[in-house]
Design a protein around this ligand. Structure first.
Ligand code: MBD
Ligand code: FE
Length: 276
């Protein structure tokens, strides 16, 4: 292979971009072209392999829907979203990745309300804490958008047996910045492996399990929102997340809820929101 000719070819493709293109779009696509061309040179990619990669993308498209984003799932399996969180100016000790299971349609619930709809066969957990600003002052009317998978290992959007917004809820802090809600003790679950996510995991001989987690987005007027996940210290997968997303600062101990009739377990966690 003529390496110089290949490099000149890459430059030619990149230079075909018009200067009228939006600068950030141009930067993203041109850098993507350079890295993909370098990937082909480094691996000596064959035509069969290129066609088969494109075929995988077709399959990912076919299995995707409003409720299922197989591309984001695959990005997670490859560590892409964790890296984006790592370098994000909005990232910090309390942030984690969004993942493909968020839906902006959680029902508004009163403080202390439960995100569990119907009978749950899990352990009801009472979670509470405070939302504060960087100087430690409580933030009233902060919102917490919460979602989690059922004990069957499925989110509502994956599971026709669950009601449309099961295990999702939107809460607002009181004047003291206090929030509280009931949820299930999260359980470890396999990420969907019937699409190209599964093909990737199998090809790499990797397991699909995510450690038990609860998702939240915490936000307030004039503050930077925190996208986060909280984890259960006792989960056997806590050090072996299929998508590499666990942070020490987000690992909690679920304790017995002494003196509460409405919950078996108790957990407390406070949030600090930076100015936007
Ligand atoms: C999940 O439930 C999840 O939280 C992430 C980040 C990726 C795949 C499935
Ligand atoms: Fe999740």
């Amino acid at each position: 292979m003529d390496r110089l000719a290949a490099d000149r070819f890459t430059d030619m493709v990149v230079n075909a971009t018009s200067s009228k293109a939006d600068p950030r779009t141009r930067q993203l696509i041109e850098s993507g072209i350079r890295h993909l061309h370098a990937f082909i040179l480094e691996t000596g990619l064959t035509l069969d392999e290129l066609v088969s990669i494109c075929g995988l993308l077709v399959q990912a498209g076919k299995i995707s829907s409003d409720a299922r984003n197989e591309f984001l799932l695959s990005a997670n399996i490859l560590g892409l979203e964790v890296l984006v969180d790592m370098i994000s100016p909005n990232g910090g000790p309390q942030t984690a990745i969004l993942g493909p299971m968020y839906q902006p349609a959680a029902p508004r619930l009163p403080l202390g309300g439960s995100i569990i709809q119907g009978d749950a066969d899990g352990q009801v957990t009472y979670m509470e804490g405070y939302v504060r600003d960087a100087s430690g002052h409580p933030i009233a009317d902060a919102t917490l958008d919460v979602w989690q998978a059922g004990t069957d290992g499925l989110y509502d959007i994956q599971d026709p047996a669950q009601s449309g917004t099961n295990l999702r809820g939107l809460f607002t802090t009181d004047a003291n910045g206090h929030y509280a809600f009931k949820c299930l003790r999260p359980t470890a679950y396999p990420i969907p492996d019937d699409g190209i996510g599964g093909v990737l995991l199998q090809a790499l001989h990797r397991h699909p399990m995510r450690p038990a987690h609860l998702h939240l987005i915490v936000g307030a007027e004039g503050k930077r929102s925190i996208i986060s996940q909280l984890y259960d210290r006792d989960c056997p997968y806590i050090d072996n997340d299929s998508i590499f997303a666990v942070k020490d600062t987000l690992v909690l101990t679920f304790e017995p809820a002494t003196g509460r009739a409405d919950a078996e377990l108790y957990v407390r966690y406070d949030w600090t929101l930076q100015d936007a």
